[in-house]
Design a protein around this ligand. Structure first.
Ligand code: FES
Length: 120
């Protein structure tokens, strides 16, 4: 089936950093707003299939060199699973702990005239 854009609601209705579950053609997605950006990922954790929409959004520690202070950043870009705390990068879908092997599907999002359009 060819991919196409689906209108999944108003961007203004999304609270910043609060996951929202939506369904498109029977497939559950999580929408997360981070300022002007909106991310969409599949609402199934690759570990044991928890709803990621029941999780929370935060940032993470940033890479640093030995001897440097650990810094925190990327607030709003990390989705945390509610069951066992696996963390997913909303920009790539990759798990922070094992990014080469564990990832959740991501979908392109555009916001046009306040409408959130997800391609899938
Ligand atoms: S089900 Fe998501 S971390 Fe276990």
């Amino acid at each position: 089936m060819p991919s196409r854009e689906h209108d999944v609601g108003s961007a203004a209705d999304l609270d910043d950093g609060k996951p929202r579950r939506v369904e498109v053609n029977g497939r559950a997605l999580v929408l997360v707003r981070a300022g002007a950006a909106v991310f969409a990922v599949r609402d199934v954790c690759p570990h044991q299939a928890a709803r990621l929409s029941d999780g929370h959004v935060e940032g993470t520690t940033l890479a640093c060199k030995p001897g440097q202070d650990v810094r925190y950043g990327r607030e709003g870009e990390i989705l945390v699973c509610p069951w066992h705390g696996w963390e997913y990068d909303l920009t790539t879908g990759r798990a922070l702990v094992d990014p080469d092997r564990v990832r959740v599907a991501t979908y392109p999002v555009r916001v046009v005239d306040d409408r959130v359009l997800v391609t899938m």
